[in-house]
Design a protein around this ligand. Structure first.
Ligand code: CIR
Length: 269
């Protein structure tokens, strides 16, 4: 997931597309999925691309009672052998979490786990990591108490956390941004201030993309200079390739239809 350094991305958890997927929440990139069969084909292509890139993928069964269950990124934050189980910001998505937590606790034997309490809310999709520097979106899904909970975890490692205010026309931080390598942040014009990320460590860079390629700014950087990107975002593709990265394009149309991006569909652990 977004919180794992590129060189740590060897194992991913994903979850199948439920037959109820047409009822998934959708407000930002589109008005909702229309073709569940196509979503399943696209999701399988996503899994295949991860596997082809050398990632070991475990796929949990879908839960038809939860139309958004394939968007696992929001349900757990794994950082260097520790796991934060956030209370998701959308009430309809809270009960997606137990099987995900159970799988990760058994796969990562001895993992230190903490839950969120009280009114704290957070979606894992509001977090990106640039090496030892983390950014969290304060969004319609992630509040200050949720951010405080994340900060407690990151303080344990002495990792810095910076807050980014997500504008109302975006769902999450990862909806508009990603770190295709541990030195690059991709972000579209028209969402955040130029200074939003603050001063970055030496060698790191924010790359601004055209507003119309906002969805394409969500990428998955993998080991071996490989980056999964959504099909149809030529500036994103060319920009990454100019930097010597190998891009693998995936048709994400039915996943985008429910505001889901590449990173949303996996947790790297
Ligand atoms: C939702 O609105 O919660 C889902 N339809 C999409 C979640 C996308 N997740 C993500 O960006 N991490």
């Amino acid at each position: 997931m977004a919180t794992v350094r590129v060189d740590q991305k060897h194992r991913a958890l994903v979850r199948s597309v439920p037959s109820s997927y047409k009822q998934a929440l959708a407000r930002f990139f589109a008005t909702g999925p229309t073709d569940v069969a196509l979503a399943k084909v696209q999701h399988q292509a996503y899994i295949d691309a991860l596997r082809d890139a050398g990632v070991e993928v475990h796929c949990l069964d879908a839960d038809d009672n939860h139309p958004d269950c394939m968007f696992v990124e929001d349900q757990a934050v794994v950082v260097d052998g520790h796991m934060l189980l956030p209370t998701p910001g959308a009430p309809s998505r809270v009960a997606e979490q137990p099987p995900i937590a159970e799988f990760l606790m058994s796969a990562l034997e001895g993992i230190q786990t903490c839950n969120m309490g009280g009114d704290a809310r957070m979606d894992g999709g509001d977090i990106i990591r640039l090496g030892n520097l983390f950014f969290v979106g304060r969004s319609s899904r992630t509040n200050d108490l949720g951010i405080a909970s994340l900060r407690s975890l990151l303080d344990f490692f002495d990792y810095e956390l910076r807050i980014i205010d997500i504008p109302p026309h975006a769902l999450h931080l990862t909806s508009i941004c990603s770190t295709p390598t541990d030195e690059l942040i991709l972000i579209p014009e028209g969402y955040l201030d130029a200074e939003a990320f603050g001063t970055l460590p030496d060698g790191c860079e924010v790359i601004w993309m055209p507003t119309e390629e906002a969805y394409g700014c969500n990428t998955i950087g993998l080991p071996n200079q490989t980056v999964l990107i959504a099909e149809g975002y030529p500036t994103v593709k060319a920009t990454l390739e100019q930097r010597g990265l190998k891009t693998i394009e995936l048709d994400m149309s039915e996943i985008r239809a429910a505001d889901g991006s590449l990173t949303c569909c996996s947790i790297f652990y």
